[in-house]
Design a binder for this molecule. Structure first.
Ligand SMILES: Nc1ncnc2c1ncn2[C@@H]1O[C@H](COP(=O)(O)OP(=O)(O)OP(=O)(O)O)[C@@H](O)[C@H]1O
Length: 434
């Protein structure tokens, strides 16, 4: 670890302390996560969930694990450095985010989630602090609680930070799925509008109560066998709570955004859209420029065939392809008031470079290698006192970003229905390493 000069502490989580550091050799700034527990054997840290998961993932919206160092039975994870987390950004935000800014954050979150879920994992602890941001590029971090989709339930009850915890987890279901991440994504979407959490429960029971106040009481038949629905009886006394009007709670959200939040935050996990389905939601189509419009020739054909008629003035076109593109942009714009074609075209071109599937596929191959030195056939402790592994890193094009109202729902005081863990009320929710 002499290679890294620690500059400052960035965070002190349950599993590790995270530091900003400089790599002496390259001058690169990195984030070093020093794991709190000691690791005496290679097998132990090979099994460490964060390493296990991250070595399989390579996506522009998932934090890059660059290296793992083991020294004196301590393990250090070296990550690419990110300037902020989304919680810090929301806290500092002095005006509501525009819907475009929210779309950009959410689109990146959902692309990262889609990759994670398709790779066979779910995160289980999505929250604004675990979404890291640099130059408006968002990356999912902290895979300490991630699970394989194919892993065998029952899962432990205490997962994910309370405010973002899905109802089936709160109701102690042992059979939850990646849909828990979709719930958290819905809660984060709502929070991006209001700049305050939508379900800020003060205990697990209060969490369920807060959800009931927004979504109304659920149909209890939707919950899988083994769910402890009696937790809800304690709150509602068998009385029905009607759903609130989400537009009153999130007044600055468009109807499309409200609809997406409603779908993601469905009581019934099976009704929540998957990440790729969410990306198809009309919320992401506001101001959308069809793919064909990004190519000048297709643009011309597309516009000629389009109804309502758009005026094309040939005089606007020059001989160069760039002129043609710009000319069309200018010609189209006047007949589509309030629709900023230049802005949207450029934005989607930028997104292309971030999310193109080709990038994922190519970069995916070079990232992780065996955690053993080449001459070792099995997983054994190395002779050297310190050993490290390097991983490749990718540079990303930056996409630009960046409010709000608060609303309050009364709180239920913790009661006897809360387990010992859930009864703990903290100013900020916590999660645990498994
Ligand atoms: N790559 C990074 N770049 C910059 N800051 C980071 C990075 N990784 C983590 N951090 C900061 O450190 C904090 C703690 O990191 P992380 O969530 O990975 O640790 P943890 O021990 O698993 O925490 P938790 O108790 O939340 O699970 C993050 O909220 C973030 O602010």
């Amino acid at each position: 670890m002499e290679r890294y000069k620690i500059l400052e502490e960035l965070g002190d989580g349950t599993c590790g302390s995270v530091y900003k550091a400089r790599d002496w050799r390259t001058n690169e700034i990195v984030a070093v996560k020093k794991m709190k527990r000691k690791f005496f054997f290679w097998e132990e840290y090979w099994r460490l969930r964060e390493i296990k998961v991250l070595r399989k993932l390579n996506h522009p919206n998932i934090i890059k694990l660059k290296e793992v160092v083991r020294e004196n039975n301590e393990v250090f994870l070296i990550f690419e450095y990110m300037n902020y987390n989304l919680y810090q950004i929301m806290k500092e935000q002095r005006r509501p985010f525009s819907e475009d800014e929210i779309r950009s954050f959410m689109s990146q979150l959902l692309h990262g989630l889609n990759h994670l879920h398709r790779s066979g994992y779910f995160h289980r602890d999505l929250k604004p602090e675990n979404l890291l941001v640099t130059n408006d590029v968002l990356k999912i971090a902290d895979f300490g609680l991630a699970r394989e989709v194919s892993s065998v339930p029952p899962y432990t009850e205490y997962v994910s930070t309370r405010w973002y915890r899905a109802p089936e987890v709160l109701l102690q279901s042992k059979l939850y799925t990646p849909a828990v991440d979709m719930w958290a994504a819905g809660a984060i979407l709502a929070e991006l509008f209001n700049l305050s959490p939508i379900f800020p429960g003060e205990s697990e029971i209060d969490q369920l109560f807060k959800i009931c106040c927004v979504l109304g009481t659920p149909d209890l038949t939707i919950f899988a066998e083994g769910t402890n629905a009696s937790r809800l009886y304690g709150i509602i006394n068998y009385e029905k709570i009607l759903p609130a009007n989400l537009s009153d709670i999130i007044p600055n959200a468009s109807p499309e955004a409200i609809d997406l939040i409603q779908q993601l935050c469905s009581w019934d996990p099976s009704r929540r859209p998957a990440a790729d389905e969410s990306l198809q939601h009309p919320f992401f189509h506001v101001g959308w420029v069809p793919h064909s419009l990004r190519d000048p020739l297709d643009l011309k054909l597309s516009i000629m065939g389009a109804k309502p008629t758009l005026e094309l003035k040939l005089s606007d076109f020059g001989a160069e392809p760039e002129d043609c593109f710009l000319g069309l942009t200018l010609a189209v714009k006047p007949s589509v008031p309030e629709f900023d074609v230049v802005h949207d075209v450029s934005q989607h071109i930028k997104e292309d470079s971030l999310f193109c599937s080709g990038l994922e596929d190519h970069t995916g191959r070079s990232v992780f290698w065996s955690l053993m030195p080449p001459d070792q056939g099995g997983i054994r402790a190395p002779v050297e006192p310190s050993f490290s592994l390097s991983f490749s890193s990718i540079q990303h094009t930056s996409v630009r970003v960046p409010q709000s109202a608060g609303f309050s729902i009364p709180s239920l005081q913790p009661n006897i229905l809360d387990g010992p863990l859930s009864a703990m009320s903290s100013s900020f929710p916590q999660s645990h390493c498994l």
